[in-house]
Ligand binder design. Structure first.
Ligand code: BV8
Length: 232
């Protein structure tokens, strides 16, 4: 059973990280086109760096929840037959113990030098213009895929969607592309787990509503239960 799981901000909501579009979500605080675009970074780098410095600092105040933990249980059972493709830039999947995670929109804890093109693990702020550890230039930007930029590892993702037996989408509104179109590339069965039906809910064979910390552990139990039953 090869499974591809897509996650969005909804899986980290119960850990205390605000989502993008829900009321009080990030976007209300900051106009997305103001902060998550290369144009915005060119126009006002301090604003964009502050936006991401705040979110990077917030990671220290939150921890993975039962939904992240359940996906680690699934990884332990499926091994290489599981791939978690996340739109999230937080590190909660990895802090739960996940190893098979691909961040298509980058990571808060990575800094990218626009002079030497090197990427560096980064926990602190970038707003004060620290030098690049490799070339020394003060040209480090958040290693985040902004609107208008090409998501990371699309070939890997498209191949996994083509090969999968089951595609499951968790905690995403289905508004941002190309992630919102993955359900159409998935050749296997499709399932959505979300607080409310997403924009693309009708494209899924099944759509369940509820909080991720309840839906995801229950679904993993079900899948592993099935796996145990069919293998015995
Ligand atoms: C690109 C990083 C070319 C930054 C992000 C086609 C049609 C229309 C537009 C486009 C199109 N193709 C491209 C575009 C343009 C654009 C786009 O999609 N615009 C939208 C706004 C219309 N896309 C791009 O620019 C992309 N680049 O297309 O390049 C290309 C494409 C393919 C191959 C080669 C080249 C780049 C997009 C990436 C932008 N960066 N994030 C940052 O984090 O600051 S996007 C950002 O928003 C997130 O990463 C995420 O991807 C996205 C959506 O957010 P969600 O994660 O879904 O969160 P949201 O708040 O929206 O929803 C939360 C959901 O969870 C809700 O449904 C809620 O009900 C649920 N929920 C809440 N609590 C819970 C819960 N569920 C369960 N339990 C809970 N407790």
């Amino acid at each position: 059973m090869r499974v591809v799981v897509l996650t969005g901000a909804g899986i980290s909501a119960e850990s205390g990280l605000s989502t993008f579009r829900d009321s009080g979500g990030l976007w209300e605080g900051h106009d997305p086109m103001q902060v998550a675009t290369p144009e915005a970074f060119a126009a006002d780098p301090d604003l964009v760096q502050r936006f991401y410095d705040e979110r990077r600092a917030a990671l220290a105040r939150v921890r993975p929840n039962a939904a992240h933990d359940a996906l680690v249980r699934l990884e332990r059972a499926l091994g290489d037959d599981l791939l978690v493709v996340t739109q999230n830039v937080d590190d909660l999947h990895e802090r739960a113990g996940a190893t098979r995670v691909h961040h298509i929109h980058g990571r808060l804890q990575s800094a990218w030098c626009t002079t030497c093109d090197e990427r560096h693990e980064w926990d602190g702020p970038l707003g004060h213009g620290p030098p690049c550890p490799w070339c020394g230039q003060a040209t480090l930007r958040p290693d985040i895929v902004w609107f208008g930029e090409i998501p990371y590892g699309m070939d890997l993702v498209e191949q996994a969607l083509w090969d999968c037996d089951l595609f499951v989408s968790i905690g995403t509104s289905g508004v941002v592309y190309p992630a919102a179109a993955f359900v159409h590339s998935a050749r296997g069965a499709t399932l959505e787990l979300n607080l409310e039906p997403s924009e693309g809910a009708s494209a899924f064979a099944e759509s369940r509503q509820g909080p991720a910390t309840q839906l995801v552990p229950a679904w993993v139990d079900e899948l592993l239960g099935e796996a145990t039953r069919t293998s015995s």
